[in-house]
Design a protein around this ligand. Structure first.
Ligand SMILES: *Cc1c(COP(=O)(O)O)cnc(C)c1O
Length: 369
């Protein structure tokens, strides 16, 4: 038997979360953001749940090819645009829409020989200071693009740095609106946090939710996934492979990080940092055993963690352990955001970091179609 660790993707939850995005987006169309292999879930595994989207947004050309190979004929958007002039040939062949965020990309387009003009999303740097033309240069970039026979429709986009937090979006939104006032074209500005928190001002023609589709709250801990009515789309589970009974003064694991204050029963679960479970999780990180909430004690090892079994007296060799997601046994949910917080990070990173050696379950037939 293989090691009991397993990741499971929940098609029904993906569908539910996409509907949740649609409720906020109203008449706007929805890009399902599936970059980073669908936030670690696997593009092929999320496709069934997300095919109700209006398009797929990603940034790796090989991932765009995979979306086409699944039979998707609708829009596909490259969020960082092309990296090399040859990429434009693939854009033509696969009918990919692409972001244009710098002069070099306009140069490549101007030199590109194509029969069919390409749809582009012109990106403004409205304050994030990563990609995009500054508001001052945006109009001239638009004019230059608009003059190219290689270019079809031009849409306008920007990206928020603080849609999830206190600073908010007002400063960037005002900048974007001022600099695009006289330009035609569809708008795309909202990520998950803006879609949920600032829907009124930001939905535009296309919203670009990523993390919310995967059931993680973009503004945790201010709000949790339940607050936004999101369901977990990934469960990471394993089993207890040993039980130890400790007495007062006994220590656990490397560095003797944890000392039992009295008699204590602990379970050893087959998951470690080599599976992508964050080593920064320390004693107190929540874990479900048989669907009952308990917590880690001691350090995360490469292949094992240790959990307090005090309130799970029936736990034994083979008992179900849920690291995040949903217990198959009771349906109890452990939000990935809580585990991420215990590790000093965000849900995004945990989903993306599930290690290659972790097998994914085949989708359950009841959930599949
Ligand atoms: C990743 C990304 C998104 C989605 O962000 P979430 O916070 O996951 O919703 C939207 N737009 C762009 C340009 C992105 O790179």
């Amino acid at each position: 038997m293989p090691r009991p660790i397993l990741a499971t993707v929940h098609t029904g939850a993906l569908r539910h979360n996409l509907e949740r995005a649609r409720r906020s987006a109203l008449e706007a169309r929805v890009w399902a953001v599936v970059k980073a292999n669908a936030y670690g879930h696997g593009i092929e595994r999320v496709y069934e749940g997300l095919r109700g989207a209006d398009g797929f947004a990603l940034l790796d050309l090989a991932e765009a090819e995979r979306v086409r190979a699944l039979g998707w004929r609708g829009p596909v958007l490259l969020l960082e645009g092309v990296f090399d002039a040859r990429d434009l040939e693939l854009c033509s062949r696969l009918d990919l829409w692409h972001t244009v965020h710098c002069d070099e990309q306009i140069d490549m387009l101007a030199a590109h020989k194509t029969l069919k003009p390409q749809r582009v999303f012109l990106k403004m740097n409205s304050g994030m200071n990563r990609l995009g033309f500054t508001p001052e240069r945006f109009g001239s970039a638009w004019t230059r693009l608009n003059a190219l026979t290689q270019v079809d429709e031009i849409s306008l986009m920007t990206h928020f740095s603080d849609a999830d937090g206190a600073r908010g979006i007002a400063h960037q939104l005002a900048t974007f609106e001022r600099a695009t006032r006289d330009l035609p074209g569809e708008r795309s500005i909202a990520n998950s946090a803006a879609t949920l928190r600032h829907a009124e001002q930001t939905r535009g023609d296309w919203v670009r939710p990523g993390i919310l589709l995967y059931g993680s709250a973009p503004d945790f801990p201010e709000h949790d996934a339940a607050h936004w009515q999101l369901q977990p789309t990934m469960t990471l589970s394993t089993q207890i492979i040993s039980v130890q009974t400790l007495k007062a003064g006994d220590t656990i694991g490397y560095g003797s990080r944890f000392t039992a204050q009295g008699p204590l029963t602990i379970g050893i679960a087959a998951v470690g940092y080599a599976d992508g479970y964050p080593r920064h999780c320390d004693s107190g990180t929540p874990v479900l055993v048989n669907g009952v909430r308990t917590h880690m004690v001691g350090r995360v090892s490469m292949d094992m963690i240790t959990v307090d079994l005090t309130n799970v007296p029936d736990a034994k060799f083979g008992s179900e352990v849920t690291l995040w997601g949903k217990s198959a046994k009771t349906g109890a949910v452990l939000p990935i955001d809580e585990v991420a917080k215990a590790a000093g990070t965000i849900g995004y990173e945990l989903m993306c970091a599930v290690a290659q050696r972790v097998p994914f379950a085949d989708p359950a037939p009841t959930e599949g179609r």
